[in-house]
Design a protein. Structure first.
Lengths: 359, 290
């Protein structure tokens, strides 16, 4: 299994630069997820790795070998397309065996390989059907099967689940996670869905406008986002951002805004004491709030309460801004009356309001 | 207003349909009946609608290619048999050539980006607007004096291919555009080179287009008279030319002429029948999320 390196990778269409100097190394056996909003260049990056898109500058290396000008077929990669791209004139078995037939494998070997993968994906009874006779989920499986049959060194996925309905997507996501653990290959996965990114990836690459915002494990991205964009992109419901001022009182650092003053944990002090007095952005995860009274608790109005079972998502106001709060609830929480909340100080993220970087 | 049952509404349609059927099928029926009569029957003033059918005229026409010598034929004129063979060779070869060249040209016009692509695409179609009569003299001159291929079936095949290519390219372009580019990318990922992508993925999906183009090309090549008349000699004449040439001052053999006409009609009918089966819609259904 190869190591894939992107070195100062660039892509531009005429004068418009899409990818602007990307550097990234994907280690052997790693599940890397590219995530970002539409148009951030994640799919383009994947297509450049696949060889379907010419690169405008930089290098792509697979196991140290520069593959910039190599045809897709010579890169030993398999790609699962967003909209399946099944050959409509071939049945499922033929679709899956296409690559093997091109490579002139023995018939018996092709059959056993196709049957093995079909069994793994639950496609055995559909092998003789044409793509038009399959449901969306089944087609998606065939598309994956076509990649799996090949036994390529690296699997690329271009938003493979985005065309499925929510339930099927969750199911396929779980199957994909199991599959990746079973086959232990390099996987590069592109998605705009942060839930997919968080659940599947060993390592997540968050992109915006052709630039990498942060690379890290799901936990790193969630616990210590490097900038406002990552903080806002990762996590659901999204993080609340408030303007506040840093101040030091009695050896402890506080963030103070309109109508609130929250203490920061002591470990932040060495990093933040030099910024004393500055206006910053603070980020609060909706889940950092918990219902309760006690030291430092704040009273917040409940504007709207959405009960979704074990949790309730509350819309409230803090520092003159609408915020979202997520709390566990056994019964629906009534809206209208204010409630007291304790904010977990570990969950407060501080960002420079100019550079948008984490402090 | 009560909805009229469409079935109650169309009594007037039957006479109309009857007239249309008479108009379209009448000449063919007449031709068929004449071809099955002896000349005596055809020209005699007492000829009736009822007669004893005979295949003599067909035997006369095909005597050159039959395995036996028909009794009534004193001198076997090989012209008609030869013309049928010539027509088949010309029509089939030019159709195959047109399709092979046409689908590749159409593919490159659709998929490859190059300078002047749209201009090429448009002028291709405009070439088709030139009437064959305009081409007649220059083509005859070039074929005879420059290429030296007038009077050969090759010469006729060449001009038919050139004549039909623009339309075939144009019609196939619209089919190739509909093949999702992802399929080609998928094939490239699966290890197919450009030719395999084209032959294994694109070509099967534009089969309906190929069939439509084939019917069109075959029909034109089979029926064309003007250019074939100018470019053929007695050995390379096609059937339409032969039929016209057999109308002479020395008397017209109507029976044989009609039999030739009937034989002339069979290959395009068979060809269209088989090719039309390939024209089915929804070839790319299920390929990509649509």
């Amino acid at each position: 299994m190869p190591k894939i390196e992107l070195i100062n990778l660039q892509k531009s269409y005429g004068a418009v630069s899409i990818i602007d100097g990307l550097d990234l190394t994907m280690e052997d056996g790693e599940f890397t997820v590219f995530v970002g909003p539409s148009g951030c260049g994640k799919s383009t990056t994947l297509r450049m790795i696949a060889g379907l898109e010419a690169i405008s500058g930089g290098e792509i290396r697979i196991d140290g070998r520069v593959v910039n000008r190599l045809e897709p077929k010579d890169r030993d990669l398999a790609l699962v397309f967003q909209d399946y791209a099944l050959y409509p004139h071939m049945n499922v078995a033929k679709n899956m065996s296409f690559a093997l037939r091109l490579a002139r494998y023995e018939k018996s070997k092709i059959n056993s390989r196709v049957n093995e993968v079909a069994e793994m994906l639950g496609l055995t009874e559909y092998l003789n059907r044409k793509p038009a006779e399959l449901s969306g989920g089944q087609r998606q499986r065939v598309a994956m099967g076509r990649a799996l049959v090949r036994d390529a060194s690296t699997f690329l996925f271009d938003e493979p689940l985005s065309n499925l309905d929510a339930k099927l997507r969750a199911q396929m996501r779980a199957e994909l996670a199991l599959m990746s653990r079973r086959i232990q290959k390099n996987m590069i996965y592109v998605t705009h869905d942060q839930v997919e990114a968080m659940t599947l990836g060993d390592r997540i690459v968050v992109m915006k406008s052709g630039k990498i915002m942060q690379v890290g494990s799901p936990e790193e991205l969630y616990r210590s986002p490097a900038n406002l964009f990552v903080a806002g992109f990762i996590g659901s419901p999204t993080m609340n951002f408030l303007k506040a001022e840093l101040s030091e009182e009695g050896g402890q650092i506080f963030v103070t805004g309109r109508g609130f003053s929250l203490p920061l944990p002591a470990k932040c002090k060495p990093r933040l004491s030099s910024h004393n007095g500055r206006t910053v952005m603070i980020g609060l995860r909706p889940s950092s709030f918990s219902v309760g009274e006690g030291e430092g608790s704040i009273e917040l109005p409940i504007i709207l309460s959405e009960y979704i079972g074990a949790q309730s998502v509350l819309l409230s106001e803090m520092g003159g801004q609408k915020i979202t709060i997520e709390v566990s609830s056994e019964a629906p929480i009534p809206s209208g009356a204010p409630m007291n909340f304790v904010v977990e100080s570990e969950g407060i993220h501080v960002f420079d309001s100019d550079t948008e970087k984490a402090l | 207003m009560p909805q009229l049952n469409p079935r109650q509404n169309n009594i007037a349609i039957y006479p109309l349909m009857f007239i249309l059927v008479i108009m379209s099928a009448g000449p063919i029926v007449l031709m068929l009946m004449t071809s099955l009569r002896l000349n005596v029957d055809i020209t005699s003033p007492t000829a009736s609608f009822f007669f004893t059918p005979t295949i003599r005229n067909y035997e006369t026409t095909l005597c050159g290619v039959l395995w036996y010598k028909p009794e009534h034929v004193d001198y076997c004129n090989p012209m008609f048999g030869r013309a049928l063979v010539n027509s088949l060779i010309v029509a089939i070869t030019s159709t195959v050539l047109t399709l092979v060249i046409g689908c590749m040209a159409a593919y490159s016009l659709v998929r490859f980006k190059f300078f002047g692509r749209d201009v090429v695409s448009m002028t291709t179609l405009m070439m088709r607007m030139v009437p064959p009569a305009v081409l007649l003299v220059p083509v005859f001159g070039i074929w005879t004096f420059q290429f030296g291929i007038s009077g050969t079936t090759g010469g006729i095949i060449l001009i038919y291919t050139a004549m039909n290519l623009p339309f075939v390219i144009w019609i196939l372009q619209s089919f190739i555009v509909q093949v999702p580019i992802q399929l080609e990318e998928a094939a490239r990922m699966d290890g197919a080179g450009p030719f395999r992508v084209f032959f294994l993925v694109v070509l099967p999906l534009i089969k309906p287009g190929l069939a439509a183009a084939a019917i069109f090309t075959f029909r034109i090549a089979w029926n064309e008279f003007l250019l074939a008349n100018a470019l053929s000699d007695r050995n390379s004449r096609t059937v339409p030319v032969t039929i016209v040439n057999s109308l002479s001052d020395l008397g017209i053999d109507w029976g044989v002429l009609m039999a030739t006409g009937m034989l002339l009609a069979i290959p395009p009918i068979l060809f269209t029948f088989f090719a039309a089966r390939q024209i089915i819609t929804g070839m790319t259904a299920g390929a990509v999320k649509g």
